[in-house]
Design a protein around this ligand. Structure first.
Ligand SMILES: [Fe+2]
Ligand SMILES: [Fe+2]
Length: 394
């Protein structure tokens, strides 16, 4: 999935939105909502090392939700407490990484590690490339908490805000934090991967951040998170199935347990969007179409190991080949969400809303045609070395 970035627009003294002039001519701009002016995807800067991979930065849209809609989210506080927070698990009932790992305080520790390594030996390198990619993605959690806290009306304003939205943001992060921890420790013990290269990749990825193009707009943000949680549910589910096929039931359990968390998170985010479809269908369907037009970019789009400038594409090709995350999954998620939110039967929409409805309802066949090509390309792709597995080729 290619990352496509947007035009930033700025607020003039009279609050007229205008397209961005070259960035160097502007100082301390006041950002203003103007998603309608997003036409150009103009490169304003090329970022080079040492903190992130070389990549182009495009102008970006910010605060596209009208200010008065913040009230909607304030009014939904109690609803969120009753309907969203229930999808979090109390800490005392939550699994912890240690439940799935050798116990370092036990006399059996070395034997348990030996068994883990024997099981890991049976798993092919391409699987490890995908698992490392998944782990690195999970480990960039600071970026995702930041992303949630960019959203107007639902951000954690203080770091310890008592609103339902802020409680969700923190507790969601705390649940997610176990995913990277568990996969990281498993991979460390497996002895199959170059931990130093992986750790560098994590440092680069957190330093690079992500641009989901959600414009501080919770309508866009919750479409994005609904999609993304389902994508991670599917990909961890597939790595669980493949681990089982390779005879490693413990690893299958690890991936399956993480997938179950992602499913709960998906349920919560899709419920929030469902509520927005109920109370503000026009804005929500426009947001859905907007996110799909821009394409849902993967959180690890800027992944880099200090060596491979095309690491994301190379990793994605392996994930596509193994069926861990494919263009078909992308179309399936879209179909799932269209039906989950009953988008086809929304009524009372504006003309623009109806066009957005039509667009999302008719999009999936087009993506499926692209999928066939992506599948063919991934199959043809020659073997590539990955530093994560000591430059062995997959
Ligand atoms: Fe996760
Ligand atoms: Fe997640």
């Amino acid at each position: 999935m290619a990352l496509k970035l947007n035009a930033i627009t700025f607020q003039s003294p009279t609050c007229t939105s205008f397209a961005l002039p070259p960035v160097a001519t502007l100082r301390s701009p006041i950002f203003c909502m103007a998603s309608t002016l997003r036409s150009a995807s103009k490169v304003v800067k090329t970022v080079k090392k040492p903190f992130s991979p070389p990549h182009e930065v495009h102008v970006q849209v910010t605060h596209s939700m009208p200010q008065e809609k913040i009230e909607i989210f304030k009014a939904l506080e109690d609803w969120a407490e009753d309907n969203v927070l229930i999808h979090l698990k109390p800490v005392e009932k939550s699994w912890q990484p240690q439940d799935f790992l050798p116990d370092p305080s036990s006399d059996e520790f070395h034997d348990q590690v030996k068994e883990l390594r024997e099981r890991a030996r049976e798993i092919p390198d391409d699987y490890f490339v995908v698992l490392v990619g998944d782990m690195v993605t999970e480990e960039a959690l600071p970026t995702y908490q930041t992303m949630l806290n960019t959203l107007d009306g639902v951000r954690d304003e203080t770091g310890a805000s008592p609103t339902s939205w802020a409680i969700w943001n923190r507790a969601w992060t705390a649940e997610e934090n176990r995913h990277g921890d568990l996969l990281n420790k498993y991979l460390y013990l497996s002895g199959r991967v170059d931990m130093r290269q992986i750790e560098k990749t994590i440092q680069y990825l957190i330093g690079s951040g992500m641009d989901p193009q959600t414009e501080n707009n919770p309508y866009l943000g919750f479409i994005y998170t609904s999609f993304q949680e389902r994508a991670t549910f599917l990909s961890h589910g597939t790595t669980a199935r493949l681990a089982r096929e390779h005879g490693d039931l413990k690893l299958a359990q690890i991936c399956g347990t993480i997938a179950a968390d992602e499913k709960r998170h998906e349920t919560a985010y899709t419920k929030i969007s469902e509520k927005l479809f109920e109370i503000d269908p026009d804005a929500t369907v426009l947001a859905f179409a907007d996110m799909m037009r821009k394409k849902i970019s993967m959180p690890a789009r800027l992944v880099y190991d200090g060596r491979d400038d095309n690491l994301f594409d190379n990793f994605s090709a392996v994930a596509q080949r193994l069926g861990v995350y494919t263009a078909k999954d992308y179309a399936d998620i879209l179909d799932h969400l269209v039906s989950r939110w009953n988008v086809a039967s929304l009524t009372g929409l504006s003309a623009e809303g109806q066009r957005a409805q039509e667009y999302v309802c008719e999009l999936s066949p087009r993506i499926r045609r692209l999928e066939e090509r992506a599948q063919a390309r991934a199959k043809q792709r020659s073997r590539m070395p990955f530093s994560w597995i000591y430059d062995r080729e997959v």
